[in-house]
Design a binder for this molecule. Structure first.
Ligand code: UD1
Length: 417
């Protein structure tokens, strides 16, 4: 099993172009099913979750090829509507194929999706939204069998602003005759990116970024070339890495407006920040300070995906910070690993109190999930001595060339096979 070996304490300097957003490209790849023609997605990151999604597309009868940083998808000859369990288990976002297959073919058969272990991750809101649109869905021994039923646009309401349920409802609504109004949707920028792709392909979807989305279904979709937005969580990871290790980095290809909650925290912790339309520059010259409570919340609140990453940076600073995780029940699995590096973190239910210890020390640790793994790399960059981060398969789900990018910024990190 390979692992990253990090010699901590080297400041980071330089410029890095952030890769395309995992949480955008996965639903957009599912949305390609709606287009009976060739779509080209630029800025498509090379991640294991993307490879797994391309495998699903191929299995369904699509052409799906990578060409440099682009992928070419042709769903003209979609032949299957059932996805085997081993592919569904690879990642959570595979559930978005439900809405896409319903919209294009009127049927879908798949099992419950996998993904990071963050506590219970139900899909009841996804199913309720599709049923409200008229889909018939049977749940049999872990399998979901969906038929078009009498799909018809109407007003539906999400009880919780779930990212995945919003995406599924939007995709299914694209195949419903009439107008669908979805109230209480998630406002994450990745949903606006999905809307951007669908609009470019000729779909009539509006409202992403607000809490109501309207879809005029059954528009004729056409081939499209689309550029996926930059990954704000990957950007947060590099910023927290620099905050922890010191130095000055400039990130390009990511909109600072999508990261306001994280940037505010880093500034409060003592980092200097400058932003341009598509650029973020962070300088860190001293130990990070403890900051006001960090409470995860749906966008534009503090992203749950950045919780572990910021915690890792602050654990090696000075002063105390209270974290409150409000999105997922079990999202502190990285805490035990950070403790191996000397972190002082007390967890009680949703709360985690981090008391900065001045500097963490290197240790052998294991990624517990995607962002938890990235957090250990951040901790290792700022720590004294050598950190070995194992279980890289989690990290590869969401980061392209994390080690090489950090090396290019001056970090001493390499993968040991
Ligand atoms: C998405 C992201 C994930 C990110 C998360 C929060 C993708 C592929 N995944 O996950 O990386 O960590 O948003 O930003 O984009 N819920 C229900 N019932 C449902 C669905 C959700 O109760 O049917 C609850 C969840 O348990 C959670 C909350 O709603 O408490 C938000 O989850 P959701 O936004 O759906 O997250 P995901 O789409 O799974």
């Amino acid at each position: 099993m390979s692992y990253y070996e990090i010699q901590g304490g080297r400041p980071l300097y330089g410029t890095l172009a952030v890769h395309g957003a995992k949480n955008s490209v996965l639903p957009i790849l599912a949305a390609c099913l709606l287009v009976p023609g060739q779509c080209v997605l630029h800025n498509c990151p090379d991640l294991s979750d993307v490879s797994a999604t391309l495998d699903i597309l191929r299995l369904l009868g699509c052409r799906a090829d990578r060409e440099g940083d682009a992928v070419v998808i042709d769903a003209s000859s979609l032949t299957r509507w059932n996805i085997p369990e081993h592919l569904m288990r690879e990642m959570r976002s595979s559930v978005t194929f439900l809405g896409a297959l319903l919209a294009r073919l009127g049927e879908a058969e798949l099992s419950y999706p996998g993904g990071c272990e963050l506590g219970p991750r139900p899909i009841d809101l996804h199913l309720a939204a599709l049923r409200a649109l008229g889909a018939e869905i049977l749940e049999e021994q872990g399998a979901l069998v969906c038929r078009r039923g009498t799909l018809r646009g109407r007003e539906i309401c999400l009880a919780v602003p779930s990212v995945g349920a919003t995406e599924n409802a939007v995709l299914a609504a694209c195949g419903c005759p009439g107008v669908t109004t979805i109230v209480g949707v998630a406002r994450e920028p990745e949903i606006a990116d999905l809307q951007g792709f669908l609009q470019a392909a000729g779909a009539r979807v509006t409202g992403a970024g607000t809490s109501t989305i309207e879809v005029e279904g059954c528009a004729e979709l056409h081939p499209v070339e689309y550029r996926v937005m930059g990954d704000r969580i990957a950007a947060a990871t590099y910023l927290c890495g620099c905050a922890a290790a010191g130095g000055e980095v400039s990130l390009t290809g990511v909109s600072p407006d999508t990261l306001t909650a994280v940037l505010t925290c880093l500034e409060e912790a003592g980092c200097a920040l400058h932003t341009g339309p598509d650029q973020i520059v962070l300088a860190s010259r001293a130990l990070l300070r403890g900051i006001s409570p960090v409470r995860t919340a749906p966008y534009p609140g503090f992203p749950t995906d950045a919780q572990a990453i910021l915690m890792a940076a602050l654990a090696g600073g000075e002063g105390a910070t209270l974290f409150e995780e409000n999105i997922f029940d079990s999202r502190y699995r990285h805490v035990d690993e950070l403790r191996r590096m000397g972190a002082d973190i007390q967890v009680a239910g949703r709360a985690a109190m981090v008391s900065g210890v001045g500097r963490l020390h290197g240790a052998a640790v294991r990624s517990t999930d995607l962002r938890g793994g990235a957090a250990l790399v951040v901790a290792g960059l700022g720590a004294e001595g050598v950190t070995q981060v194992g279980e890289l398969r989690h990290i590869r789900r969401g980061y392209q060339a994390l080690d090489k990018n950090l090396s290019a910024l001056g970090a001493d990190i390499r993968e040991i096979p």
